[in-house]
Design a protein around this ligand. Structure first.
Ligand code: ADP
Ligand code: MG
Length: 702
């Protein structure tokens, strides 16, 4: 077997600081490092030098083109390739060029990206601007080798049209406020606090040939029809199960591609549902983690194709088994090496940690609605708050030890006692005794403290992790700011800090919930506590422009009111468009595939009845099945007509918001109604007639 040398390939396609050091003159290198670490702008000369070196390096890797790689509000990445080619000289010889100007700023033609009204077609100009804090890389695929430059995407007037701009703004905000906090505790060396993120990515793999036979998977990334297979995930035999050869070779190639791109792919395993898997990289700065998560998704899709597979990133590709999410692990680290979320061995005595924790608890309680919104997308509606899914209520899990500390603080103002980590006695002499983690796992909590980080588990598998991190950074920046405002002017810091921790915890304790978040009783309990419950994506859209949200975003310069309005518009539009595609696809599959298959089977059955009568045997079985098939076809036809009617009505609605709600409250119900008789028909129809691969075929025969 071919040997993989990770050290050699890791980052080989990335324009890393090490590569820059090699290619750039000393002073240019120093300037780039300064801007990367502490902001500011490169001089025109340095930008030119960097561009030339970047091009030389990329060309040495075989690159022919460059692209400004950006993340519009579609949630995907976008790119337009330009070759390095320039006018041939008098001798007809071509020189490859790439200037500082081209590196730093690009213009995206066309107003074809969602802007929610921020950009009318007559002022369609959009600009991409180099994000020096995320490294450029070359990507190799069928297009050739392309130099990709991570960029932010803004309108002519500087309004954010993408996921990166607000993220960078929020990173600045939390840096500023977190520095105030660490200074209060005597840290004079830190110059920067960076939010760090590790995103665990779940996905499904199905056979590509079977995938291509299903219009629903092709058009919407999920099955719109399909009866459950005889087996689901009830045996728990897939989770952490041994990885099949075909999947293993896919994972190996994904890892290699990602390592080359400098993505620290670390953990891989089978997930709970059949055909479901997970990949987790090592955490890094939030900005790079967001970019890298896009690369992870893109790489999975491409590599899957090479292996005759299709990677489904949709949040709920199959009914009846688990959907996919993305766990966004978040912490704050200083450039002098501290993680502000690290409790140390004695969290009860670690006042800085307790203040940080209290601020985060306050932030999440005050803005639970925004956090929930940040994790919503159309697909995630099927995974959160729906029939088969946990409720979409934000709460915090702290684990027994911290929960006890919080309780003592609230009750007495002091946490004298610490429930200690116990030793787990295995009872086997040859096995080591293990120290139990003070935070146990609670897989049902949407926002769980896991040792030295918070894990936000609501995020959908197909979605960008940009928005959730914008919200986390911003809401925590706000509570840090409030705390710093009070503590910086306090006469007695220790006393004031102590009082503040107690106050925050007492006021926001309601958001802490250590029980089973999937239990129906929790919905009632959460309502009693006054926690917001926003079951669907559309319920959460308006949270973006409440007075509370607007003043938060404006205070820290994250979004302006028009930017927020535009984002709402895009969300409503996206919802309607997605449902429109799904509904159209159902109409097509029902009319052209499922109903015709039903008729074929009817014909067979009618033939069987006739035959039975001719030869003089009982026709009972054939007659019964024929009756049921006929009835199901009638139901199907009725449901199909109802869906067509609802769809036509929704398409007529003009107002974006009203339209989205019409899709949710009228079209979606008809879609569900159409699925029922179709799935029932599938279970009784001759398999050789059924027009597309079933759940069994997709989930168990990869
Ligand atoms: P678990 O979910 O089992 O606790 P890990 O500890 O392996 O799993 O972490 C899962 C993800 O969290 C990984 O992507 C990991 O890099 C990331 N992670 C670990 N520590 C931190 C941290 N301090 N800040 C942000 N992410 C982290
Ligand atoms: Mg985890």
């Amino acid at each position: 077997m071919e040997k993989i040398n990770i050290e050699e390939i890791f980052g080989e396609n990335v324009f890393t600081p090490a590569v820059m050091k090699e290619y750039l003159p000393k002073d240019a290198y120093a300037e780039v490092m300064q801007v990367m670490e502490h902001g500011g702008e490169l001089s025109r000369e340095t930008a030119n030098v960097v561009a030339r070196c970047m091009k030389d390096w990329a060309v040495s890797k075989g690159a022919t083109h460059y692209t400004h790689w950006f993340q519009p509000l579609t949630g995907f990445t976008a790119e337009k390739h330009d070759s390095f080619i320039t006018h041939p000289d008098a001798d007809g010889k071509m020189l490859m060029e790439f200037s500082g100007k081209e590196l730093i700023k690009g213009e995206s033609d066309g107003s074809s990206f969602p802007s929610g009204g921020l950009r009318a077609t007559f002022e369609a100009r959009g600009y991409t601007a180099w994000d020096i804090t995320s490294p450029a890389f070359v990507r190799e695929d069928a297009t050739g080798v392309i130099l990709c430059i991570p960029t932010a995407f803004c309108s002519y007037k500087g309004e954010a049209l993408d996921k990166k701009t607000p993220l960078l703004r929020s990173t600045q905000a939390i840096n500023e406020q977190a520095l105030r906090i660490v200074r209060l505790f005597g840290n004079k060396t830190a110059t920067k606090v960076t939010p760090c993120v590790g995103a665990e990515q779940e996905y499904f793999l199905v056979d590509r040939e079977k995938y291509l036979k299903r219009y629903d998977l092709i058009y919407s990334g999920r099955t719109l029809f399909g009866a459950s297979a005889p087996k689901g995930q009830e045996m728990s035999d897939h989770y952490y199960g041994s990885i099949r050869e075909r999947i293993g070779s896919f994972m190996k190639d994904v890892n290699i591609e990602l390592w080359k791109l400098g993505v620290t792919a670390k953990t891989q395993h089978n997930e709970v549902a059949p055909a479901q898997h997970e990949l987790a990289p090592i955490y890094e700065s939030a900005n790079v983690a967001v970019d890298h998560n896009q690369l992870v998704m893109e790489t999975m899709r491409k590599v899957a194709e090479r292996h005759g597979l299709t990677c489904l990133l949709h949040e709920k590709p199959f009914n009846g088994i688990n959907g996919s999410g993305k766990h966004n692990n978040w912490s704050l680290s200083t450039d002098d090496g501290f993680n502000l979320l690290d409790p140390g061995d004695t969290p009860n005595a670690n006042i800085q940690f307790l203040l940080v924790l209290a601020c985060i608890i306050k932030a999440v309680d005050e803005h639970a609605d925004l956090l929930r919104q940040s994790a919503s997308d159309v697909g995630n509606d099927l995974r959160l708050g729906a029939d088969e899914a946990p409720p979409a209520i934000v709460s915090i899990f702290l684990g027994e030890q911290l929960d006890d500390v919080v309780r003592q603080l609230v009750e007495t103002g002091e946490a004298k006692h610490l429930i200690n980590s116990e030793v787990l006695a295995t009872g086997v002499d040859t096995l080591p005794d293990l120290l139990i983690d003070p935070t146990d796992r609670n897989r049902t909590s949407p926002f769980a403290f896991t040792g030295n980080k918070f894990e936000f588990r609501m995020v959908g598998s197909a979605d960008s992790i940009g928005d959730p991190n914008v919200i986390l950074n911003t809401i925590v920046a706000e509570s840090f700011c409030e705390a710093a405002d009070i503590l910086e002017v306090a006469d007695n810091f220790d006393l004031a800090c102590h009082d503040l921790i107690k106050k925050y915890l007492a006021e926001h304790q309601r958001i802490i919930f250590n029980g089973n978040g999937y239990a129906p009783e929790w919905v009632k309990e959460a309502a009693r506590r006054g926690l917001p419950n926003l079951p669907t994506m559309l319920d959460a859209v308006e949270t973006l422009t409440t007075d509370k949200a607007v003043s938060l975003f404006e205070k820290f310069g994250i979004y302006t009111k028009p930017e927020l309005e535009s984002r709402k518009e895009v969300l409503y539009e996206t919802y309607s468009k997605t449902l429109n595609i799904e509904a159209n696809c159902m109409v097509e599959m029902a009319s052209k595939q499922i109903i015709p298959a039903g008729f074929l089977y009817m014909k067979d059955l009618a033939g069987a009845v006739k035959l039975a009568n001719n030869v003089g045997v009982s026709d009972r079985a054939a007659r019964n099945i024929l009756k049921e098939v006929t009835e199901l076809l009638e139901n199907l036809e009725d449901a199909l007509e109802a869906l067509k009617k609802a769809l036509a009505e929704a398409q007529m609605v003009k107002d974006t918001k009203e339209k989205a709600f019409t899709y949710r409250d009228q079209v979606k119900i008809c879609m569900d109604a159409l699925r029922q008789p179709a799935d029932r028909l599938e279970t009784i129809t001759d398999k050789s007639i059924w027009p597309f691969p079933t759940y069994e075929d997709l989930l168990f025969e990869v």
